[in-house]
Design a protein around this ligand. Structure first.
Ligand code: ADP
Length: 347
């Protein structure tokens, strides 16, 4: 008997639309919960709390329609915002999330190979089968256009959004495309915010699995803005092995800890050099410093990359080694790091 009544109720509710998903309010709809006891019906519908008027209208009409069922003694409809409120921190973020995962590549100081890492790491993720984009947020020295072999100006589409430039199947957006890589710019706080917001919200990123952000070196406005306004999964810190670089890397780690952005791991770049004449390993800037730093700061050590002319030549020519020679021992190091990060962010 009660089953019959429930079927009758659903026959009516399914003529109405779910305010969140715009799907019929039928028995399969996850946003509708119906409890019918002693011929009293209680309906709870999940809503977006910002549209109260619309919901009142829906409640009135639904009640009126359900009253047509003679044996029903009363109808009670409540709206709940539980499901939409379960992600308040994401909704409040100023920058829309263009990717399932957003990872920032950071370094304490310039010239340690952060952009080279960002580019090859992005290509490595792409080779693992993910859809990847790079956002060059290094507003003080954008080098992603050169390293990705890209130039020109992104065009706006019908939605008035900029379409990223693409190479090696990676979507790229850089402040360098907009202002020219050689234009000296003095960026003040609000301008940094505006430029970054434009590169998030004003760009047609499509559906990305990963957005890799190449941060400027240090711990300035761009880092804080991104940490507070976007939904970062975490950061990867690039450092060379010597003490001066590590001191700055430590500052970076502390900053990310303060703004609650997880450090996904530390990479030591220019760890060693294999001489092509004697085939011996030389530790030009000392070695193992980043690994020790990872241990003392309780972070994951992701791997070490050697100083190798191939890396410099290819990335400076706009051909990341991972794209050009995926079987090269250097590419394999990047791919291993990409695998580790993918596992980490998906667990
Ligand atoms: P950052 O982004 O930290 O300023 P870049 O990635 O621009 O550093 O690298 C600075 C220079 O060092 C570039 O010319 C780059 O090709 C070179 N480079 C980076 N990593 C390596 C490496 N492991 N071996 C050789 N050259 C490297």
């Amino acid at each position: 008997m009660s089953e019959e009544l429930i079927t009758k109720i659903y026959q009516i509710t399914k003529k109405f639309s779910d305010p969140l998903l715009n799907q019929p309010l039928d028995k399969d709809n996850v946003n509708l919960n119906l409890i019918c006891k002693n011929k009293h019906a209680n309906l709870s519908i999940t809503i977006n709390p910002n549209n109260q008027n619309k919901h009142q209208e829906l409640s009135n009409e639904l009640k009126k329609a359900l009253k047509e069922i003679e044996e029903l003694l009363s109808v009670n409809i409540i709206f709940t915002a539980e499901k939409t409120l379960s992600k308040p921190s994401d909704d409040k973020r100023k920058f829309k999330s263009p990717a399932k995962n957003i990872i920032a590549i950071a370094s304490g100081k310039g010239g340690v190979g952060k952009s080279t890492f960002a580019v090859n790491f992005a290509v490595a993720l792409e080779q693992l089968g993910h859809k990847v984009g790079i956002l060059d947020a290094d507003i003080y020295g954008p080098s992603i256009p050169r390293m990705m072999g890209l130039s020109g100006r992104p065009e706006a589409n019908a939605n008035h959004k900029l379409v990223p430039l693409e190479n090696y199947n990676i979507q790229c957006m850089s402040i360098g495309f907009l202002i020219g890589v050689d234009t000296p710019t003095i960026w003040r706080g609000p301008m940094v915010m505006k430029a970054l917001e434009q590169m998030f919200n004003g760009v047609e990123w499509g559906d990305l699995d990963y957005l890799i952000i190449d941060l400027p070196p240090g711990t300035g406005d761009a880092q804080l803005t991104l940490a507070q306004s976007s939904k970062l999964n975490g950061s990867i810190i690039i450092s060379t092995p010597q003490d001066v670089a590590l001191i700055d890397a430590r500052k970076g780690i502390n900053m990310f800890n303060k703004v609650n952005v997880p450090v996904l791991g530390i990479v030591e770049n220019m760890s060693y050099f294999i001489c092509s004449n004697c085939n011996e390993r030389h530790e030009i800037f000392a070695n193992g410093g980043a690994k020790k730093e990872a241990e003392t700061s309780n972070n994951i050590f992701l791997g070490e990359l050697p100083l190798d002319t191939l890396l410099r030549v290819h990335s400076d020519n706009g051909q990341p080694i991972c794209a050009l020679e995926p079987e090269n021992y250097l590419s394999k190091i990047y791919i291993k790091i990409a695998e580790k990060i993918h596992l980490q962010v998906n667990n």
